[in-house]
Design a protein around this ligand. Structure first.
Ligand code: SAJ
Length: 401
């Protein structure tokens, strides 16, 4: 009954672009909408504006096939997918303005029988209270005519194209019928299982997944601080504890970055308030870890007149070029501000940075008095212990252990 042949994707970022180009290569007729003219022009040339393995090949092939084009405005389609950012404001309150704008933008093009999917990570109640509410206010029959569902994206940056297809997907409609229609759509191109629920449960499941990880990383970060006082190697400790069949602790680091794990728990805290004690404490532990690292570096630096510090990595995690919400970047920025050392900043995944000169990492190591390892990029893992002799090493990722 539901025939999905044309798709309109709103937002061509880390989720929207891979999704739109994947659907284009699967034979759907896809239009991708973005607010940036530069993004639209880049994609229509068959090129990409973000770094993700194999995404360039996928976009080129989808655009060349004629099935995928980018534009500034939406068009009529069978399925609308909203994949816009859901950041938070200064008080850690969710900013749903992009979701609101996207919904208003598609509204004139939505027809009876259409499916509208919100993929953006959203606070509980957004699919109903924002997307459905706006469409209803604009005259759509959201019970019988237009099917609205939340299907949170769950892909890991660096593995997006694989996980888009292979991950299980959670689909929650604002009505049972909407759940079924959305589920049928995802089953057309997902090889993982499509799990059906309601919109609110789908929203909270995504927030729960990222909060689980945040809480577990906070536990590891807290252990790392405790271990420092006890002069215990935290990485050895975790490795040993994880040999227990029911223990699986994640890894400590310089803090938690990216635009997901450090953000999504706040969407739970914002609604649950005092009830979300543990989730809030985990956020605070992870947010305070960069400050602890900065103090440690300043303490070591005070032992020199004006040391050279090789800062290895700016990205928010290994093997990506993404610097958003990166604890590594914030630590290097703070050290620059303190101005107690010459910084040799290395980031193999980017060529230039507006604030720092990017230095080749082998050269940086040679010149450095202090080596500060902030990201476990594959390039840094080849660091030989011989090259670190007579250097003071601060390894926030445990790669030299
Ligand atoms: N980190 C640690 N220790 C660890 C694991 C990660 O300090 O043991 C740090 C990383 O260095 C990084 C941050 O946490 O700064 C987040 O990295 P990540 O690889 O855990 O996750 P993201 O943000 O790249 O992607 C997450 C994923 N969620 C889960 O694994 C539950 C992904 O599946 C989601 O789609 C994505 O968030 C999202 O978009 O929400």
């Amino acid at each position: 009954m539901n025939n999905f042949s044309s798709i309109c994707v709103i937002g061509l970022g880390y989720i929207g672009l891979p999704t739109a180009s994947l659907l284009g290569t699967k034979g759907y007729n896809v239009i991708g909408v973005d607010v940036s003219k530069n993004v639209i022009d880049t994609i229509n040339r068959g090129e990409i504006h973000i770094v993700e393995p194999d995404l360039d090949i996928l976009v080129k092939s989808a655009v060349n096939s004629g099935n995928f084009r980018a534009a500034a405005s939406p068009a009529e389609a069978d399925v609308f997918i909203i994949a816009v950012p859901t950041p938070f404001n200064d008080n850690h309150q969710p900013d749903l303005s992009y979701v609101e704008q996207a919904t208003r933008k598609i509204s004139p093009f939505v027809k009876p029988g259409n499916l509208v999917i919100l993929e953006s990570t959203s606070p509980v109640g957004t699919t109903d209270g924002c997307v459905a509410k706006i469409l209803e206010a604009e005259g759509h029959d959201i019970i019988n005519d237009v099917f609205i569902a939340h299907c949170p994206e769950r892909v890991l940056p660096g593995r997006i194209l694989i996980e888009l297809i292979q991950n299980d997907r959670i689909v929650g409609g604002t009505t049972e019928k909407a759940t079924q229609v959305a589920s049928k759509f995802y089953q057309e191109f997902v090889s993982g299982q499509v799990l059906e629920t309601n919109a609110k449960t789908a929203e909270l499941s995504k927030l729960t997944e990222n909060s689980f990880r945040d809480v577990n990383i906070a536990f590891a970060n807290e252990l790392s601080i405790i271990c420092e006082d006890e002069q215990i190697d935290v990485w050895e400790l975790i490795k040993l504890a994880n040999r227990h069949p029911r223990v699986d602790i994640l890894q400590p680091g310089p803090g938690v970055g990216g635009h997901c794990i450090a953000v999504d728990p706040w969407f739970i805290i914002d609604r649950a308030g005092e009830k979300a004690k543990l989730i809030r404490a985990a956020r605070e532990v992870n947010d305070s870890k960069p400050l602890w690292i900065i103090d440690k570096v300043l303490d070591k630096a005070s032992k020199f007149k004006r040391p050279s510090i090789a800062c290895l990595g700016l990205a928010f995690k290994a093997n990506v070029d993404d610097l958003r919400e990166s604890p590594a970047l914030n630590i290097v920025r703070a050290l620059k501000e303190k101005d107690v050392a010459n910084l040799l900043v290395c980031e193999p995944n980017i060529k230039t940075h507006p604030e720092f000169e990017i230095v080749d990492f082998q050269t940086a190591i040679k010149k450095a008095d202090i080596v500060l390892i902030l990201v476990d990029h594959k390039e840094f893992k080849s660091l030989s212990s011989a090259s670190l002799i007579e250097k003071m090493v601060i390894d926030t990722r445990g790669i030299t252990k």
